[in-house]
Design a protein around this ligand. Structure first.
Ligand SMILES: Cc1ncc(COP(=O)(O)O)c(C=O)c1O
Length: 389
């Protein structure tokens, strides 16, 4: 009988599909998956529409992306981080950050190499490392502050370590890595000759006094850092799947060699919309942060009012909350109960930890607040019905 490959046999379906199905079945307010339920800026949709109708952009784009988008990304890095990037050799466009992650791991690591990741991790990191024949090594972040233990991180570095993946601002904890934390990571990368892969898809969703730092900005780090980001979160168009990698040409070439055989080229007309998006004025980003900060405050307030203990995130559009005061079971049981009985869907975060460290978040749930005010208000009403012990 025909059967699937060993390398994927253990993956199963994602928790997102399961919760989405349950949410649909129970007509729950879905605060599970991190996709906005509102539109991105009209002008970027217009720019894509013009490209679609121009009659010349509906065929393959250049493999590394259209020059206009690579230039817009270089300008963006200069404006926000003071970095001077060569758009011809130091940028490649990808099918969202998801393809960037896969191509970075395939293009920059060899079988048997160790890759350090922080837990909770974005769900594609481990499968990509495993498919590339690598070995994931885990450094847990712990509630309620979501700090890591510097000695624990140090102990993971050795001569087999090839790369470390850092996601800041962080999904799902909302952590924004501090300058001190990034400096420690930078020192270890330099000491052990390790490549840093930074996932910065939430770079523009930051709150209060938090400042997003790109690891490449730190001394000696540009030459060993591959930064990735995408258009989805910053411009509320997660369905576009336009992403990019930025780094020294040797690393970008490694990524490009892998991805030329994964997708070859990225949706051509959408790249024009993305290029336009990156030329929006600073006021666009300020308004985005104001919008999300209000939603964050609303979310934290409604969770606390319902008896959950929410940790106020500094970035991203997720909140982690401790539900132990209102529910006795584990995170999976809680997420299913909340979806089916209360009518609010959330994500159980043990899926984002290794088996050894899952217990750290067995009393936590992740809520996405990238939702319209009416949806958040309905969620608040339903959460209010949770019996208080
Ligand atoms: C941390 C993180 N990295 C990467 C991605 C994927 O980004 P994209 O939609 O651009 O592939 C997401 C999306 O949820 C994410 O949260």
């Amino acid at each position: 009988m025909a059967h699937m490959a060993q390398r994927v046999a253990g993956f199963g379906t994602t928790i997102f599909s399961e919760i989405n199905e349950l949410a649909a079945q129970h007509n729950a307010v879905n605060l599970g998956q991190g996709k906005p339920d509102f539109e991105g800026p009209a002008s970027i949709i217009q720019a894509t529409s013009e490209a679609l109708h121009a009659g010349i952009y509906n065929q393959y784009s250049p493999g590394n992306g259209i020059p206009q988008l690579r230039q817009a990304i270089a300008d963006h890095e200069a404006a926000f981080y003071g970095l001077s990037i060569d758009p011809a050799r130091q940028i490649t466009i990808t099918v969202g950050a998801t393809e960037a992650i896969a191509a970075a791991i395939l293009g920059l690591t060899d079988p048997g190499d160790e890759v350090i990741i922080f837990e909770p991790f974005y769900d594609s990191y481990v499968p990509c490392i495993l498919m590339a024949g690598g070995v994931p090594r885990y450094c847990p972040l712990r509630p309620p502050t979501w700090d890591f233990d510097p000695d624990e991180l140090r102990s993971l570095f050795n001569d087999k370590t090839r790369a470390i993946i850092i996601n800041t601002p962080h999904n799902p904890t909302g952590k924004v890595y501090s300058h001190a934390e990034l400096s420690l990571i930078a020192d270890l990368c330099q000491q052990y000759n390790v490549t840093a892969i930074t996932d910065e898809v939430y770079e523009h969703i930051i709150f209060d006094d938090a400042r997003h730092i790109t690891l490449s900005q730190l001394p000696g780090m540009f030459e060993r850092t591959l930064k990735m980001s995408s258009i989805g979160k910053s411009f509320s168009v997660t369905g576009w799947k336009i992403g990019w990698v930025i780094g020294p040409s040797e690393l970008v070439t490694g990524v490009q060699r892998a991805r030329q055989f994964m997708s070859f080229a990225v949706a051509h007309p959408l790249q024009f919309g993305a290029a336009h998006a990156l030329t929006l004025p600073m006021s666009y980003y300020e308004e985005l942060q104001t919008l999300y900060q209000a939603k964050r405050d609303q979310m934290v307030q409604m969770l606390n009012a319902a008896g959950l203990k929410a940790a106020t995130p500094k970035g991203s559009y997720f909140v982690m909350a401790d539900f132990s005061a209102v529910f006795e079971g584990d995170d999976v049981a809680f997420a299913k109960w909340l979806t089916a009985e209360v009518g609010v869907a959330c994500i159980p975060p043990t899926f984002f930890y290794s088996p050894t460290n899952k217990h750290i978040v067995s009393k936590q749930a992740r809520f996405a607040f990238c939702k319209s005010d009416a949806v958040l208000a309905l969620a608040a009403e339903r959460l209010n019905s949770i019996p208080k012990n």
